[in-house]
Design a protein around this ligand. Structure first.
Ligand SMILES: N[C@@H](CCC(=O)N[C@@H](CS)C(=O)NCC(=O)O)C(=O)O
Length: 213
């Protein structure tokens, strides 16, 4: 088994934290997305969509999409359940995963990938050149802020996002929060005290400290 990975980008980082939480040792190949190390024919043969992460199994099967990789690893390594033990838990975790990804992550991506600093023709990942739309910068920021307002409200009477314990929904939302702070450069903790104390408890987790060194 081999993980194609880049620790500095949100989708691979979610899987990296998941693996660290489970205490798994999976050999990895780092491709620096910022340097374009994934934009090669060699990597296209592994994943024509040209995104990370990719989990290559020993039989050559390549699993892409971070949620699918997490699901596979959870089935194979059930200890420290992160994706729910029964139908209700699983549904709530997937529900918050989707809310976070569609409302949070996509908003941040709209902001980042349509900003003048981002390379032209790369407004969406993948092999096809997609031009930027500058109006999406402002819309992306609005979506992102609205998402973290929603999370702060949810955390005002819940310790964790989806259910009463730490799950993959917390991992993805924490990674998107770090990503938003870095990209949008606003203090998202100001006036969001529940988000701030939740983030402090997540960042103190040994599994996260372990991968951040
Ligand atoms: N749905 C995919 C998204 C994968 C994705 O977009 N990964 C980004 C990094 S966060 C990427 O590889 N981007 C390559 C590029 O921008 O060229 C997942 O969950 O893994």
């Amino acid at each position: 088994m081999k993980l194609y990975y880049f620790p500095g980008s949100p989708s691979p980082r979610k899987v990296g934290i998941f693996i660290s939480e489970k205490g798994l040792e999976i050999p990895s190949v780092t491709l620096n997305l910022r340097e374009g190390e994934h934009l090669t024919e060699e990597f296209a043969a592994i994943h024509p969509g040209l995104t990370l992460p990719v989990l290559e199994l020993d039989d050559g099967t390549c699993i892409t999409e971070s949620l699918a990789i997490a699901h596979y690893l959870e089935q194979e390594n059930p200890s420290l359940n992160l994706l729910g033990t029964d139908a209700k838990e699983q549904a709530l975790i997937l529900m918050w995963h989707d809310i976070a990804t569609f409302e949070g992550y996509l908003g941040i991506q709209e902001y980042l990938r349509n900003s003048p600093e981002f390379g032209e023709g790369r407004a969406l990942p993948g092999p096809m050149p997609i031009e930027q739309i500058s109006a999406l910068v402002e819309r992306g920021e609005k979506r992102t802020i609205a998402f973290f307002d929603k999370v702060d409200k949810r955390l005002s009477n819940n310790t964790y996002l989806a259910i009463e314990r730490y799950t993959y929904a917390d991992i993805v939302t924490y990674v998107y929060l770090e990503f938003a702070q870095r990209v949008i450069g606003k203090d998202l903790f100001q006036d969001r005290k529940h988000l701030a104390s939740w983030a402090a408890s997540i960042s103190a987790r040994p599994a996260i400290k372990a991968i951040d060194g």
